[in-house]
Design a protein around this ligand. Structure first.
Ligand code: NAD
Length: 256
């Protein structure tokens, strides 16, 4: 089944974790993927594997906090592929830090990637999508953009900003048929979540039952399955919304 047949998709943070899984699955669904990351070696390995399987993906080195990089990458996608149908604003970094110990340096570094990166991505693709009759922007937020977690003032602020920016751009570009939504996963089995579990003095296995009544944290595929839908024409009526992928963790209470 090719639910994204010939869609031109830009995926940031594509060298590892959720981004790498997105590149592989989107290509398998027929998309033409421009995969970008600062981690060139891992990014090239991701697209090489896609190509070996007959899929279409290419890698471009890009730091999402740099506007010149966005201008370069979007110009390349438009020249090489004619349009950008979908942007997956996935690149992100995670710092857990008690409020009083959070440095301004860490604040600025994280905001530059998680907030400025998402802003620049939307700024440089939404108008191009509009010129082409529409498109979809998928912004990776987190449950930390919805609920409070100790030690998450910095990360939560960034993911809360992703949530509201998504709605603002969705409102501005709805008439142009550019759909913008935010995605809010719980811990997903990647290096980022490994860091979070270690910082809590725990493991992802032990955190599973605490974070979800389903008894486990998410796999990258649990997120990517939804991203395929949201990027596809099946989701043509969905914009300005936030989608929680958390195994019921933020909404279900257990008395047992
Ligand atoms: N893994 C989780 O538990 C989880 C939960 C909720 C939300 N998220 C969000 O999902 C997204 C992906 O997370 P992940 O778990 O795959 O993380 P990851 O750490 O496994 O991968 C992140 C990727 O982003 C890249 N990156 C970092 N800074 C960059 C920059 N300045 N420019 C371009 N690329 C950069 C890294 O090189 C890496 O390849 C992030 O936005 C994250 O905040 C993750």
């Amino acid at each position: 089944m090719a639910r994204l047949q010939n869609k031109v998709v830009l995926v940031t943070g594509a060298a590892n974790g959720i981004g790498a899984a997105t590149v592989a699955r989107f290509a398998a669904e027929g998309a033409v993927v421009v995969a970008t990351d600062i981690d060139e070696a891992a990014g090239r390995a991701v697209v090489a594997e896609v190509a070996a399987g007959g899929g279409r993906a290419e890698f471009r080195t890009q730091d999402v906090s740099d506007e010149e990089g966005w201008i370069r990458v979007t110009a390349h996608a438009l020249t090489a592929h004619g349009r950008i149908d979908v942007l997956v604003n996935n690149a992100g970094i995670y710092i857990i830090s008690p409020l009083a110990e959070t440095t301004l340096e860490d604040w600025n570094r994280l905001m530059a990637v998680n907030v400025t990166g998402v802003f620049l991505g939307m700024k440089h693709t939404a108008p191009k999508m509009a010129e082409n009759g529409g498109g979809a922007i998928l912004n990776l937020s987190s449950i930390a953009g919805l609920v409070g977690v100790a030690g998450h003032t910095l990360y939560g602020a960034s993911k809360g900003a992703v949530r509201t920016m998504s709605k603002d751009v969705a409102a501005e570009y709805a008439a142009a048929n550019v759909r913008v939504n935010s995605i809010h996963p719980t811990y997903v089995k990647t290096a980022m979540a490994e860091y979070g579990a270690a910082a809590a003095g725990s493991t992802l296995e032990a955190l599973g039952p605490k974070l979800s009544p389903l008894g486990r944290i998410a796999e990258p595929a649990d997120v990517v399955n939804f991203l395929v839908f949201l990027a596809s024409d099946e989701a043509s009526y969905l914009t300005g919304s936030e989608y929680t992928i958390d195994g019921g963790g933020t909404t279900l209470i257990s008395l047992g």
